[in-house]
Design a protein around this ligand. Sequence first.
Ligand code: ZN
Ligand code: FE
Length: 255
Amino acid sequence: MPLEIHQFPARSDNYGVLVHDTETGMTASIDAPEASAIKAALAAKGWQLTHIFTTHHHHDHTEGNDVLKAETNCEIIGPRGEAAKIPGIGRQVGEGDSFRFGNFEVKVLETPGHTLGHISYFLPDAKVAFVGDTMFAMGCGRVFEGTHQMMWNSLNKLRQLPPDTTVYAGHEYTQSNARFALTIEPGNADLQARAAEVDDLRANGQPTLPTTIARELATNPFLRACEPDLKQALGMAGAEDWQVFGEIRTRKDNA
Ligand code: ZN
Ligand code: FE
């Protein structure tokens, strides 16, 4: 595989991710949560930063932009819909855009809801997606700027990626997500098994990400809002998928 991916902790609960095309030497940072952590990761790998792929404007995803651009002259690619809020942005992208990164094609998916311009990056050849704060392991981002319907549509786009797609997300929130998910689907055996696995990983200081679309389809209650059994269990048998999603999101907000 000529694509190498390196994930490392940044700030208190963010993840930094470096994506490196071994053939061309191009290296992208997915968001820029903390310049010092990203520089240390680059140095450890011996990679030169050429790009930042920004998912959304929140400070914990963009605070390293200015420093990293000044020091490396990297190109910052980010969402057209919130370009004015992305420090140092060079190229603006939106739904349906694709661009080359070394030998790989990168497709842009608009996944609004957490913020209105939020985008995700999908590399079909490598079967890997970077979803920022749209989806987490067994969870999803808070709906700060958009609506429940908008966020459901975004998650539904991710649901339709190939099941074996590897998914990197912005935060390590997995343990609390698992605890909440079990309140929605206490009888989900896949979820029970995964929650136990996650507790073991965290007890050993290990990350619970990346995940895959298949695992999320089986255990993430926010992706499962369309499942008839789940709707029934919430007393929402006849409701629209996005309404069920909204009910689950509201419960999590108040948990
Ligand atoms: Zn965010
Ligand atoms: Fe975040």
